[in-house]
Each structure stands twice: as C-alpha cells, then as structure tokens.
Design a protein around this ligand. Sequence first.
Ligand SMILES: NC(=O)c1ccc[n+]([C@@H]2O[C@H](COP(=O)([O-])OP(=O)(O)OC[C@H]3O[C@@H](n4cnc5c(N)ncnc54)[C@H](O)[C@@H]3O)[C@@H](O)[C@H]2O)c1
Length: 448
Amino acid sequence: MVQAKPYPTALTGAIPDLSSSRSEQLIQFNHPEKYRTSEWYTGHGEITASGDGRSFEISATYSLKARVELVDGVFDCVNPTLAQAYKSRTRCVAIVDQTVDELYGEPIRRYFEHYEIPLELVVCRAWESDKTPDTVHRLLQFLGKDGCDVSRNEPVLVVGGGVLSDVAGLACALHNRRTPYIMVGTTVVAAIDAGPSPRTCTNGNQFKNSLGAYHPPVLTLVDRHLFRTLATGHIRNGMAEIIKMAITDDPVLFELMEHHGSTLMETHFATLNGSEELATIADDVIYRALFSYMKHEGTNMFETYQDRPHAYGHTWSPRFEPAARLMHGHAVTIDMAFGASLAVEMGWLKPEERDRIIALCRSLGLSVYHPILENVELMIDGQKNMRRKRGDGGLWAPLPMGIGSCDYAQEISSDLLRAAIARHKQFCAALPDRGQGKDMYLTDLGLE
Ligand SMILES: NC(=O)c1ccc[n+]([C@@H]2O[C@H](COP(=O)([O-])OP(=O)(O)OC[C@H]3O[C@@H](n4cnc5c(N)ncnc54)[C@H](O)[C@@H]3O)[C@@H](O)[C@H]2O)c1
C-alpha cells in the first residue's frame, strides 16, 4: 500500500529526498502559488518511488483556461475588450492575415493607437497553399530572438481565418515551447471552429493538418461583424461546420439552420442587412455552434478520447479534400452526406433523416457528392491514415444516430464502404446537379 504524502505548500523547504528510500513512497506535489508564472496554465503532479532504488514513476496533470466570448465591433475604440487584454503589457505583438490587413488594418492600428498600446504587427498571406512548415518557420522568426522576442507569458494576437489560426497557433505552440495567443477569427470557420480549437497545425505531404500541436488560444473573440466583408462562398464554407454540430449534437441548432440558414448566409449573419431579430438569431446560431463544439473539443483538449462529434465530416475528407482541391467546407459536407448514407446502410439513421441532412446542405449550396468518393482505394487509404491519427484503437468515425446525436463506428469494412458509396452515388445521381455545390473548388492555389 503506497502512502500519499502531500507536500505542504506552505513550506518553502526542499522536497523531501526519497532517492535513497528503500520503501515504496508517493509524494503529491502542489507547487506553491507564489512561484506560478502563468495566469492561464498550471499543473500538478506526483512521484512514486518504487523502493528498489532504481525506478520511480511520475504522473502529472496540465490544466489551462481558455475563454470564448462573442463581442460586437472588436476593433471599435469604444470596445475595451482587447485593450484590457494588452493594457497591462508593454505592447501587442500581432499576426494578421493579409486580406484582413487590407480590409481592417487601419481600424486595428487606430485601435491600439487610441489605447496607447505599441503594436508590432506582421502581415501573413494565409492561403490554403501557404499552410506549410515554411510559413510556420517565417512566423517563428517574427516571434523569436531576431524578431519581437516574445516572452513566454505574452499573448500574441492572431487575426484571421482558419488557415492563419492553424499556422500561427502552431508557431505559438512552438515558440518558447508554449506561448499564449488571443484569437480573433475573421471567417465563420475561424470564429466557430478553427479559431478556438486546440488543434493547431500545418499540412503535411498528401494529408491535411497532419503536423501540429494541441494549443488553444487563451481567449477567442468572435465578432460576426467581420463577416460583412467575407465572400459569400466563405460564409457558405463556414456553414458546414455549424451544420456538423447541429447534426451530431444540437437538434435546436439544426432547426434554426433549416429555418434561417439561407437568410443568414445571404445577409452574412445579419451584417449586410436584416432585422434585429435576425441579428439575435445570428448570435444564437453562432453561440450554439461554438458551445456545442467546445463542450466536446474544449473538454478533450488532447484528443485522448475519440467520442468526438466534431470529427463528423472529417473521416475521409482529409484524404480527398486536397486531392480534389475542394474548399474545406464542401469537403466536410461531402463527407457528412456520405456518412449519412453510410449510417442509413448501417441502420443508425432513417432515410428521411438523411434526406433532411442533405436538403439542409443543399439549401445553402453546399456539396453532397464528388466523384472522388468512387475512388475506393483512396477512401480506404484515408481510413488507414485516420486510424493511425486517431490512435490505432479504431477508425471511430462519428456517424449520425438521428438529428442531434451521433455514435462512433469503430471500424468500417471495405465491403460496407463500397456498399455505402454505391448507395450514396445512386441517391445523389437523382439530384439536379448530382450533388455538386456552389464555389466548391479552391481558387487560391496561387503557388502552383
Ligand atoms: N484546427 C481546427 O480545428 C480546424 C477546424 C476547421 C477548419 N480548419 C482549417 O481552417 C482552414 C479553412 O479556414 P477558413 O475557411 O477560415 O479559410 P481561410 O483562412 O483560407 O480564409 C478564407 C479567405 O478569406 C479571407 N478572409 C479572412 N477573413 C476575412 C474577412 N473578414 N473578410 C474578407 N476576407 C477574409 C482570407 O484571407 C482567405 O482568403 C482549413 O485549412 C481547415 O483545415 C481547422
């Protein structure tokens, strides 16, 4: 029986030395608060000496605080939220998406001038084709000794879409091994999904998002007014991630999307025009999607459990999205629609529920089919990659069990996969445009 000996935090003396002890002993070690350096991160641990004088075991926890907040006019001088985050520091080091800088660079600079906070800002082109280790290296130069020399507890401000949040988040994870950052997601995807996500990354060879680190922003500010300037295609793209949480977790959100999804898309979330009532619905949709996502993702920061509803639409798409050069949202809805047909094939979903899912995606112009699904070898290869990524315990593909809940398929045999592809192809062949969506292909492959 191991005796736990809590190390008294009030004492300032050394940790008891058990190195020469010949009996099994455990020390719980709560580090004294006065030595704490970070307001967001903490950790405790215990060490168990086995008593043989040759081995011991460590068990440690790491905990973090991450806040998500809806705000209006994040760069309006009347809104003090960002200033409060930086006022007590001597400056704000910021990484800003190139397009966002063209559109909002002036208000951003004016904001920090107004609050007399020196701003050190780098502009970063963040096309999908820029989601590379090279971009991460460039950002590391900016943050590092030869650049701004950002300290370990100085939150970097990241302003941009999902590509920037992924690569800049990864640079922050690597700089000083862990540097906090504040995220202002400027696209729908970044606002409700990629922005608050702990999964920072860059693309690897042939497989999206395969190099990365778990490192969420300490604060995510979501301002839907920034969606005003987004291309409608990018609003549509972001709707896919909202639909994902609606199908797997929130039936109320699904109904809200059925009733208001296309109006929200046309009005860019009630920012181009629309009543106060629509603005309230827009906030409600954003909040529900965010809450639902972070309820699962935020409480499972290290993906140590595979009951992850938000992975719906992301089982096969990481393999076919780059191969077919699809917009991320369209790749996700193709995967979700295929997953719905697969769930019908498995008896998890009623055909009429699959029809509702597909009707909702199509009402927003999102794709539900692409011929690349018929490349069975590629789909099997995608499953193989995903099985490795999810920890070798299985494929754990989230699939809907009705509207608003899901379960996880541990394995999908190749026979079942083939049958589901055939069923889905047959279903989509009857659709007017065979299930293709609007603006479904990437247009920013500028480096080709
Ligand atoms: N880490 C995660 O958990 C996670 C989740 C979902 C998606 N992602 C990743 O996110 C990426 C897609 O993100 P995205 O859809 O935001 O695309 P994006 O970052 O490429 O942004 C889309 C375009 O909009 C521009 N833009 C950004 N904000 C704007 C604004 N307010 N007004 C006008 N233009 C603006 C950008 O410059 C870009 O050209 C994919 O690479 C995907 O893998 C990551």
